[in-house]
Design a protein around this ligand. Structure first.
Ligand code: T3D
Length: 260
């Protein structure tokens, strides 16, 4: 499949997906969703150990392209588009057995902000901003925002962000725990790439288990979570990378992890 709305490349264990509709601040279209699905198929099928997501131009992603939702005589079924396009994307990113880095280069609005929140480690350029744009157009936050916001920022901030739909700066997003950190604009991709290189050299299976355990924690009792940690640790203990990690420690050398 050749891509019109995203850029995709994968090399040395790092896959890069760059949203590429800069004149529309990388707003999602059905075509972009289809291309993302195809790119994620490649990420899952290949030897990728980390995924880096960013956008071209001055936007990260402005959410759904509203020109595709121009009023007709019948109301669109937005439940259907969430079911078929947005929810599978968010579920897939969270379930990827590798870290997903978000490099938020500009405004992240609507489902674009949800996308940034769904990444495992999100960096933002100092000039970037975040906007729960939904209420401005008569919608509620979707694509995971009602899940991520209160967990990351707390209920009071989640409610105000969603109800007021006020734009916040990258600094504020970091201060509220919505993202990992803010980076000077000129250094964003350099830092994101360095992070990607680092993560691509780490024990990928264990990183995948960490994601799984942290995601499950939100809905688990302590007992259930302890059981899950036991099960995943059992699997981790059987990986080549665990053997290598212990051997490297005992031999006082840097480990060489293969992601197996
Ligand atoms: O529908 C479903 O399937 C349900 C799922 C919904 C998920 C959602 O994401 S709903 C929320 C949709 N997104 C929004 O409501 C955000 C709309 N955009 C904005 O509020 C503003 O554009 C921003 C705050 C993001 C940025 O503002 P600003 O002033 O920096 O830029 P701008 O001038 O508004 O935008 C630049 C261009 O991008 C402009 O195009 P033009 O006039 O130069 O040809 C603008 O129309 C376009 N653009 C920005 N966002 C969207 C968009 N075009 C279509 N859809 C957009 N979402």
């Amino acid at each position: 499949m050749s891509y019109q709305t995203i850029l995709f490349e994968a090399a040395d264990g790092i896959a890069r997906i760059t949203l590429n509709r800069p004149d529309k601040l990388n707003a999602f279209t059905a075509e972009m969703h289809a291309e993302l699905r195809d790119a994620l198929d490649k990420v899952e099928a290949g030897d990728t150990r980390v995924l880096l997501l960013t956008g071209v131009g001055r936007g990260f992603c402005a959410g759904q392209d509203l020109s595709q939702r121009k009023g007709g005589t019948t109301a669109p079924d937005l439940g259907e588009t969430l079911d078929t396009l947005y929810n599978p994307l968010i579920r897939r990113l969270r379930a990827l057995e590798m870290p997903v880095i978000g490099a938020v280069n500009g405004v992240a609005a609507g489902a674009g902000m949800s996308l940034a929140l769904a990444c495992d480690i999100t960096l933002a350029a100092r000039s970037a901003s975040f906007l729960q744009a939904f209420a401005k157009i008569g919608l509620l936050p979707d694509s995971g925002s009602t899940y991520f916001l209160p967990r990351l920022a707390g209920d009071a901030r989640a409610r105000a962000l969603a109800l007021l739909a006020e734009k916040i700066t990258a600094e504020q997003a970091a201060a509220w725990g919505l993202i990992w950190k803010v980076v000077d604009d000129a250094r964003l991709m350099e830092e994101a790439e360095a992070l990607a290189r680092h993560l691509a050299s780490q024990p990928t299976k264990a990183l995948g288990f960490i994601k799984r355990a942290l995601d499950a924690a939100a809905g688990n009792t302590l007992d259930a979570q302890l059981d899950l940690e036991r099960d995943l640790q059992r699997e981790a203990g059987r990986t080549e990378d665990y053997r290598e990690g212990v051997a490297a420690f005992l031999e006082k050398r840097a480990p060489i992890f293969k992601g197996r």
